[in-house]
Write a protein that binds this ligand. Structure first.
Ligand code: PMV
Length: 328
């Protein structure tokens, strides 16, 4: 590599898990205790430019136009892995922006770290396979590996393989174009971050072992539902995985309550819609926002129903999209 600065820009989309990941098998390696299955949301994007510069003494991060001296540590940790892997000691200036509200509970860390890894790798002229980039992203944020791929994505635990996790697309977005309506029920940061919440749950919940034991069966059911485009089967296993994860969180000591009253009202409204024959189901992550997944013909009806739940601050709608990629 020459002494000149080298830069690249990447785009990545957030993803939401239908079969959830909660719990770590190895905290130092950020290795999940369970696999997960997600969809990538094409309508929302993070754009990140990484410029390696021999003049820089440390990494610099600008998030949505402002220097972020707290988040830069995690970004630096991620860049450090890539630097070691590709044999460079250059520091970088990272500029990242989301076109969706960061406080919307939309896993901006997933799209953020996916875009970071892809941009930094391109800027350094690397030619690592995508599976390895996904495993690198997974070490920075568990859900980020899934944003490396588009459509329906599975992150599997592969202790016997070349990497401890393997992430891959199981169905492209155009093969089953589901839609997602996000009901934002509160703004502001969540009280307990996911890593802290996972460690507390593992340490204190009597339900943790059965949660880990159940996961392979849920993954198999979801994989099968996706392969056969069986909406009802996907709805059943996704809601079960979501509710089991929140039941697990509630059973920690002290219990983790990520929902507010509006969250619960939205879940009832979605169940009501399904009883009326509307193809829609819900999922909720470590926060109070509700994600309604539906067939395209139901989107307007779902938006109308969730938009009138008292306490819903705003709705965001998205189709499925592609994996992280270099822009331009
Ligand atoms: O990637 P993390 O560490 O933010 O954890 C994600 C955890 C959930 O969003 C609750 C579930 C998931 O699989 O995305």
């Amino acid at each position: 590599m020459s002494g000149l600065s080298c830069s690249a820009t990447a785009i990545a989309h957030p993803n939401i898990a239908l079969v959830k990941y909660w719990g770590k098998a190895d905290i130092a390696e950020n290795l999940p205790a369970v696999g997960s299955l997600s969809i990538t949301l094409g309508g929302l994007a993070t754009t990140t430019t990484v410029a390696f510069d021999p003049e820089l003494r440390e990494d610099v991060l600008l998030l949505d136009g402002r220097e972020d001296t707290a988040a830069v540590r995690r970004v630096s940790g991620c860049l450090e892995r890539l630097r070691r892997r590709l044999g460079t000691s250059l520091h970088a200036r990272v500029e990242s922006a989301n076109d969706f509200p960061t406080a919307a509970g939309l896993a901006s860390s997933a799209s953020g770290f996916a875009a970071l890894v892809v941009a930094a790798h391109a800027a350094l002229g690397g030619n690592l396979p995508r599976e390895e980039l996904a495993d690198l992203a997974r070490r920075c944020s568990g859900s980020a590996a899934r944003s490396l791929f588009g459509g329906f994505v599975e992150l599997a635990l592969t202790p016997e393989g070349p990497h401890p996790t393997t992430t891959r697309q199981i169905l492209p977005p155009e093969a089953w174009p589901l839609e997602v309506v996000v009901a934002v029920t509160a703004t502001g940061p969540k009280e307990t971050g996911s890593t802290e919440g996972m460690l507390l749950t593992e340490r204190t919940s009597p339900c943790y072992r059965s949660w880990v034991r159940q996961s392979p069966a849920d993954l198999a059911a979801a994989r099968e539902a996706v392969a056969s485009r069986d909406f009802e089967a996907l709805a059943e296993v996704s809601e079960a995985s979501c509710l089991a994860m929140h039941g697990l969180m509630l059973s920690a000591r002290p219990g983790l309550i990520y929902w507010n009253g509006t969250t619960v009202e939205c879940l009832h409204r979605i169940r009501q819609l399904r009883r009326e024959g509307i193809p829609v189901f819900f999922t909720v992550d470590a926060g109070p926002q509700v994600k309604a997944i539906c067939l395209p013909e139901a989107t307007a009806r779902v938006e109308e129903a969730l938009g009138t739940v008292p306490g819903v601050v705003r709705l965001l709608s998205s189709g499925l999209g592609e994996g992280a990629r270099v822009a331009g």
